[in-house]
Design a binder for this molecule. Structure first.
Ligand SMILES: CC(C)(COP(=O)(O)OP(=O)(O)OC[C@H]1O[C@@H](n2cnc3c(N)ncnc32)[C@H](O)[C@@H]1OP(=O)(O)O)[C@@H](O)C(=O)NCCC(=O)NCCS
Length: 234
């Protein structure tokens, strides 16, 4: 967990493998992140990412733009970037050109037979999709590899977590990221909200225990960015 934060992103063109010409690149990924994401893979799960670029806002399809006319360019760009990633993954499942509008709770509406999750920070968009088994839900979140401000750490952690994790390391940010990922999976499954004190996370064993007695698995990478995949399986 104690890894150096703020590793610079290496932007390369996915088609040529050579350094991307900055913002003009059509398809840019971070090879270190691509490699790290491999460690989160489980059977049937597809994971992808993209460096957010100017122009990604244009990837939003009609139903995805609806109701977001007032959103800032930054927000539309992040949402467009993450949908580009998700569409590439869905194409691998023979589902081309899928629109992913937002449901009233903010979650994306996935096509029948698919569960998935989207996340973005300022620089990177990540998506996870898998065929639905009817009882599996996933949540993903991405954060920069930087420690969490101590006040935020205090607000998002249970007393047990506060004893366990040092806010001066990346553990605090990983914990926050894990709670966001767990929230997405839980909210998609139940439609209910979950407070930060409603879940206790053990990053080492990869278990998130919910106040209602349920549990989820959480898998974490901390370099070059923090990404957490939460999975609920009945
Ligand atoms: C929903 C929430 C987790 C999203 O996190 P975020 O850091 O704001 O944003 P991220 O970049 O990680 O993720 C954004 C994506 O999450 C997805 N999302 C939003 N609401 C969602 C929900 N209720 N369920 C599942 N996914 C959701 C959307 O796809 C969104 O992308 P889009 O707006 O481009 O479509 C957060 O805004 C929130 O409401 N948190 C509630 C408090 C909390 O985290 N509690 C944790 C207790 S354990």
């Amino acid at each position: 967990m104690n890894q150096p934060s703020g590793a610079p992103l290496q932007v390369v063109d996915r088609k040529t493998g050579s350094p991307a010409p900055g913002a003009e690149s059509e398809a840019a990924t971070d090879p270190l992140l691509a490699q790290a994401l491999q460690t989160l893979r489980v059977p049937d799960l597809l994971l992808g990412h993209r460096i957010i670029m100017p122009g990604d806002e244009d990837a939003l399809l009609p139903t995805e733009r609806a109701g977001r006319e007032q959103a800032t360019l930054k927000v539309r760009r992040q949402s467009g970037a993450v949908r580009r990633v998700a569409r590439e993954l869905l194409e691998q499942l023979d589902l081309p050109g899928v629109e992913l509008p937002r449901l009233p709770n903010g979650a994306p509406k996935w096509p029948a037979g698919i569960v998935g999750s989207l996340a973005h920070d300022k620089q990177v968009a990540v998506a996870a999709v898998m065929p639905s088994t009817g009882s599996s839900y996933i949540g993903i979140d991405v954060e920069p590899a930087e420690p969490l401000p101590p006040k935020v750490m205090e607000a998002i952690s249970t007393p047990g977590e506060q004893r366990k994790y040092d806010p001066e390391t990346l553990q605090g940010r990983a914990l926050f990221c894990a709670k966001e990922a767990v929230y997405k999976a839980f909210n998609s499954k139940t439609g209910q909200r979950l407070g930060f004190q409603d879940v206790d996370i053990d990053l080492a064993s990869g278990e998130a225990v919910l106040k209602d007695g349920g549990s989820m698995s959480v898998a974490v990478i901390t370099s070059p960015r923090i990404v957490v995949l939460a999975r609920y399986t009945e």
